[in-house]
Design a protein around this ligand. Structure first.
Ligand SMILES: C[S@@+](CC[C@H](N)C(=O)[O-])C[C@H]1O[C@@H](n2cnc3c(N)ncnc32)[C@H](O)[C@@H]1O
Length: 188
């Protein structure tokens, strides 16, 4: 029943706010696993968790003493996550990904090992996209990894401006199939 209620919540929000949600369906478990495989901790951030399909896969690979910070701007999704993800490693914030620094500060965190994003970057205005990508880079440890999925690579040029070192994977088993960008931080 939980799967059905997650799916219904996702579809109803995507019909109401398609530009912000960015897809009609949540990610498949195959895409979610691909996105989560670097989330081995100790501190992971997830941007745009939606109804939590990737969140659950992150929690499978995160060590028992790890920390996961989720930031979701849609109030219905944030509430859904708070009700359905009961794990002491997770903190769920309702808010905008551009406030990443503020949320980390609240938790007393300066640097994180991995940022996993399902944000629909291709739908964002140029300045917002740049702002969020720079904040992701600033909060990553030197050997940190940033994972982002996209269906059409509409945000890839912007990602490459901040993260020139991008490697691409493709997940067929998703509707629609998706690219996964794995980005390494460039030391300044
Ligand atoms: C394509 S959905 C991905 C949902 C989930 N990660 C998945 O893979 O099924 C994009 C998510 O990003 C959220 N989102 C969009 N803009 C955001 C922003 N500026 N800050 C935080 N979350 C945002 C949407 O509400 C939605 O939950």
């Amino acid at each position: 029943m939980r799967h059905i209620s997650s799916l219904g919540t996702f579809i109803s929000q995507s019909l109401k706010h398609f530009i912000k949600v960015g897809s009609f369906l949540p990610s498949s478990v195959f895409l979610a696993r691909r996105m989560a495989k670097r989330a081995t901790g100790p501190i992971v951030v997830e941007l745009g968790p939606g109804t939590g399909v990737v969140t659950k896969e992150i929690l499978r690979v995160l060590p028992s003493n790890g920390t996961l910070i989720c930031i979701e701007s849609n109030a219905v999704f944030a509430d859904h996550l708070k009700r359905n993800i009961c794990d002491e490693r997770v903190t769920i914030y309702e808010g905008d990904a551009s406030m990443l620094n503020d949320f980390l500060k609240k938790k007393g965190i300066q640097k994180v090992s991995c940022v996993i994003s399902g944000l629909p970057l291709g739908n964002f205005k140029k300045n917002l996209k740049r702002n969020i990508l720079e904040k992701i880079s600033d909060c990553l440890e030197n050997d940190g990894v940033f994972m982002q999925f996209e269906y059409l690579l509409a945000g890839m040029a912007a990602v490459k401006e901040v993260f020139p070192l991008v490697s691409l994977e493709y997940e067929f088993l998703n509707i629609p199939p998706a690219f996964v960008m794995k980005c390494r931080k460039v030391l300044k």
